[in-house]
Design a protein around this ligand. Structure first.
Ligand code: ATP
Ligand code: MG
Length: 629
C-alpha cells in the first residue's frame, strides 16, 4: 500500500485505524471505546479494554514458539552470554514477580529499577508489568542526587538494584550511590532487592536490603498469574534525557503502548517473529523500554541486551553479534556510529552481515557524512527516525513495512501514521509552507503509545507541552524544523538552540551538518553566543580525526579557516562561526546527546545549569580551556 493512503486513513478515521491495529495484541476483555478525548489534551485509548504488557511480550509466545530465543543477554564486561527462550523468560519473570509480591509490591505500586544492562533488569521490568506495578527505570550509575530526586518523585515501595555496573572492564559500584540517594530522599522504600554480580562488595542494611538470588531460590516453582489491567492504567514512569534542563517524568499507559509498539514493530521496524532484534541503547532510556524490552518481544522476536562498549574488545564487537545471532534489524544512535567511524574500518569488515536488513538510528540529528559512511560500510539502508521519550515511538521516519519509500539523506523522513505533525511559525503561529522553518508540533489527540501525563502532575503536562498558537492548542516538540515539498522533514535543532545572527534565524544543526562535512572533523557542536554587534554569533567546538593537523598554532588556525570556508561555501557567510575551537571531547548527557546549553552558558560566562545528566564533567573543563587558547 502507498504510505500516503495509509497515513491519511490514520488521520481521517483514527478510531477505525487503531481498532485494526489493536488486533495485533491480545486483549483479555475487549475495549468499549477506541478513543476518549472528552478532556483534551488527555487522551484515553482503548477504554475499558483489559490487557497486559508482559502477557503480550512473553506468555502469548510461549504457546507457539516457547523454545525459541527471547532474551539474549551479552556482556563483554563480564564475558558472559546467555540466551533465554520464551519459556525460560516466563519462568524467570514469574520468579521475579513472586519475589516482588512477597516483598509487598501490589498493583499500582511503584518499583524503581536502578540496574546495569543485565537480564535481571528485564526480568524486573516484565515482572512489574505482569503484576501491574509501575516501574521507573533510572539509568544505572546516575549520581546519588539525580537518583534521590527520582525516588522522591515516584515514591517507590521497592528498589531493585545490583552491586555494580561495569564499563571498560572496571566495576562501577552502585550500592553506595543507592544508599546515599535513599539517605537524601524523603520517600524511603520499604525494601531494596539486590542482584549480587560479585563485582563489588555490598553492605546490606538489615530489615531493608534483600538478596535476589536467595529469594529467587525460594520461588523457583512460582507461578504468578498475569494481572489484567485496564488499558489506561499506568505502566511506567520514565524521565527524559535532561538535555534542555530538568528531566520530565513521562507516564505511559498499558493498552495504547502495547498497540503502538506492535504496530511500529510491524510497519517501522519490519520485525518478524523468530528473528533477532538488536538495539544498542540502555534500558534507562526510552529506546531501551520500547525497542530492547517491550517492542521486539511483543513482535515475537529475540532481543539482544548488550552490556559493554561498542569498541571493546574491539570495534568489531557489534558486528560479531550480528553475525552470531543473525540479527535482522539493528537500532542505534548517531553518536555511537561516530565513535565507530573513528576506528579502523577493518573491524567491521570481518563479519558476515548478510542477515542484516536495516540499521535504524535515532536520538540526535544524523549528519549526512555519518549516514553515508555507515550505509556504505554495512550495505543496508539507514533509517533515521525522530521521536521523544514523550512519544514512545517514532514521530517521523520511513515506514518500510508499508511502502518501500526512499529515505532522503539528512531527513528523518515523513510524519508517521497517527501523528498530525505540523510546522508553525514561531511568531505568527501560522502554518509554514514548504521549505519554511518552524516549530514541530502535533495536533491532539496524541496517538496511542504517547505519554498520558507528567507523573503526578497533570498541570505540568498541560503547561509544559501544550501551547496555544493562533487559538489552537498543540503539542510542542520544542524542536525546530523544515519540510520539503514532498513532506520530508529536516530537524534543525532545539527551539532553544536557534541562533539569531543579525536577524537571520539559523538552526545549530544546519551549521553542524556543514562543518561535519569537512574531512578532518569527526564531531562538532555549534552554539549561539551573545554578541554586542550581531545579537548572537555561532561558535563551534570540533573534535578532529587527525590531531596532527592541530598540533601547532598555525595548523589550528589553518583548519579553523578551512572550516569557516566550508560553511561560507555551503550556507553563506551569515552562518560562518565566529570561532572554531578544537576539543578532545564534547559534553554529553549519559544518553549521548550534546549538552549545547551548557557549552553556551560557559561561552557566555554563566553557570552551566542542571548537570545531573552529564556523562563526563571534565568535558566542560575542556571547553573552558579551549576558550583560553
Ligand atoms: P529533555 O527533554 O530532558 O531536554 P531530550 O529532549 O534530549 O531531553 P529525549 O526524549 O531522549 O530527551 O530526546 C528527544 C529529542 O532528541 C528530540 O526532541 C530531538 O531534539 C532529539 N532527536 C531524537 N531523534 C532525533 C532525530 N532522528 N533527529 C534529530 N533529532 C532527534
Ligand atoms: Mg525533550
Amino acid at each position: 500500500m502507498k504510505f500516503a493512503e495509509f497515513y491519511q486513513r490514520s488521520i481521517d478515521t483514527p478510531e477505525q485505524f487503531w481498532r485494526d491495529e489493536a488486533t495485533l495484541i491480545d486483549w483479555n476483555t475487549p475495549y468499549t471505546q477506541v478513543l476518549d478525548y472528552s478532556r483534551p489534551p488527555f487522551a484515553k485509548w482503548f477504554v475499558g479494554g483489559q490487557t497486559n504488557l508482559c502477557h503480550n511480550a512473553v506468555d502469548r509466545w510461549c504457546a507457539t514458539q516457547g523454545e525459541q530465543a527471547a532474551l539474549i543477554a551479552i556482556s563483554t564486561e563480564t564475558n558472559t552470554e546467555k540466551t533465554y527462550s520464551f519459556n525460560e523468560l516466563k519462568t524467570e519473570v514469574e520468579r521475579c514477580a513472586a519475589v516482588m509480591l512477597a516483598l509487598g509490591v501490589g498493583r499500582g505500586d511503584r518499583v524503581l529499577i536502578y540496574m546495569p544492562m543485565i537480564a535481571e533488569a528485564a526480568f524486573a521490568m516484565l515482572a512489574c508489568a505482569r503484576i501491574g506495578a509501575i516501574h521507573s527505570v533510572v539509568f544505572g550509575g546516575f549520581a546519588a542526587n539525580s537518583l534521590a530526586s527520582r525516588i522522591d518523585d515516584a515514591k517507590p515501595v521497592l528498589i531493585v538494584s545490583a552491586d555494580a555496573g561495569s564499563r571498560n572492564g572496571k566495576a562501577i559500584p552502585y550500592k553506595h550511590l543507592l544508599d546515599e540517594a535513599i539517605d537524601l530522599s524523603a520517600a524511603k522504600p520499604a525494601k531494596v532487592l539486590l542482584v549480587d554480580r560479585g563485582l563489588a562488595p555490598m553492605a546490606l542494611v538489615e530489615g531493608r536490603d534483600v538478596d535476589y538470588a536467595t529469594l529467587r531460590a525460594a520461588h523457583l516453582d512460582a507461578s504468578v498469574a498475569v494481572t489484567w489491567l485496564e488499558s489506561n492504567e499506568p505502566s511506567y514512569i520514565l524521565y527524559t534525557s535532561g538535555t534542555t534542563g530538568k528531566p520530565k517524568g513521562v507516564q505511559r499507559d498499558v493498552g495504547g503502548y502495547a498497540v503502538a509498539l506492535a504496530s511500529s514493530m510491524k510497519y517501522n521496524f519490519c520485525g518478524k517473529a523468530g528473528e533477532t532484534f538488536f538495539a544498542t541503547s540502555d534500558i534507562g532510556w526510552v529506546v531501551g523500554h520500547s525497542y530492547i524490552v517491550y517492542g521486539p518481544l511483543i513482535a515475537g522476536m529475540a532481543t539482544i541486551m548488550y552490556e559493554g562498549l561498542p569498541i571493546c574488545p574491539d570495534a568489531g564487537i557489534w558486528w560479531s553479534i550480528v553475525e552470531k545471532y543473525k540479527v535482522t534489524r539493528m537500532f542505534s544512535a548517531p553518536t555511537a556510529i561516530r565513535v565507530l567511524r573513528k576506528q579502523p574500518p577493518e573491524f567491521m569488515r570481518k563479519y558476515d552481515l548478510s542477515s542484516l536488513r536495516a540499521l535504524y538510528l535515532a536520538g540526535e540529528p544524523l549528519d549526512e557524512t555519518t549516514s553515508q559512511w555507515i550505509s556504505d560500510e554495512l550495505g543496508v539502508p539507514i533509517i533515521d527516525n525522530y521521536w521523544q521519550t514523550e512519544t514512545g515511538w517514532p514521530i517521523l521516519s520511513i515506514a518500510k513495512g508499508v511502502e518501500d519509500k526512499p529515505t532522503r539523506l539528512g531527513s528523518p523522513g515523513v510524519a508517521m501514521y497517527g501523528y498530525k505533525v505540523k510546522l508553525l511559525n514561531e511568531s505568527t503561529g501560522e502554518e509554514c509552507g514548504a521549505n519554511e522553518k518552524g516549530v514541530v508540533v502535533i495536533d491532539g489527540p496524541l496517538p496511542p503509545g504517547c505519554m498520558q501525563t507528567v507523573y503526578g502532575d497533570d498541570q505540568r503536562f498541560v503547561d509544559t507541552y501544550w501551547n496555544t498558537f493562533s487559538g489552537q492548542q498543540v503539542y510542542s516538540t520544542f524542536d525546530w524544523g523544515v519540510r520539503d515539498a514532498d513532506g520530508y522533514y529536516f530537524i534543525l535543532g532545539r527551539t532553544d538552540d536557534v541562533i539569531n545572527v543579525a536577524g537571520h534565524r539559523l538552526g545549530t544543526r544546519e551549521i553542524e551538518e556543514s562543518i561535519s562535512s569537512h574531512a578532518n572533523v569527526s564531531e562538532v557542536a555549534v552554539v549561539g553566543v551573545e554578541d554586542k554587534l550581531k545579537g548572537q554569533v555561532a561558535i563551534a567546538f570540533a573534535i578532529v580525526k587527525h590531531p596532527e593537523q592541530i598540533a601547532t598554532a598555525e595548523g589550528r588556525q589553518a583548519l579553523e579557516r578551512e572550516i569557516m570556508g566550508v560553511v561560507d561555501h555551503q550556507l553563506g557567510a551569515v552562518a560562518r562561526p565566529a570561532r572554531v575551537y578544537f576539543v578532545p571531547q564534547l559534553p554529553k548527557t549519559r544518553s549521548g546527546k550534546l549538552l549545547r546549553r551548557s557549552i553556551q552558558a560557559i561561552c557566555e560566562g554563566r553557570n552551566p545549569g542542571d548537570l545531573t545528566a552529564i556523562e563526563d564533567p571534565a568535558s566542560l573543563q575542556q571547553i573552558k580551556s579551549a576558550l583560553l587558547v
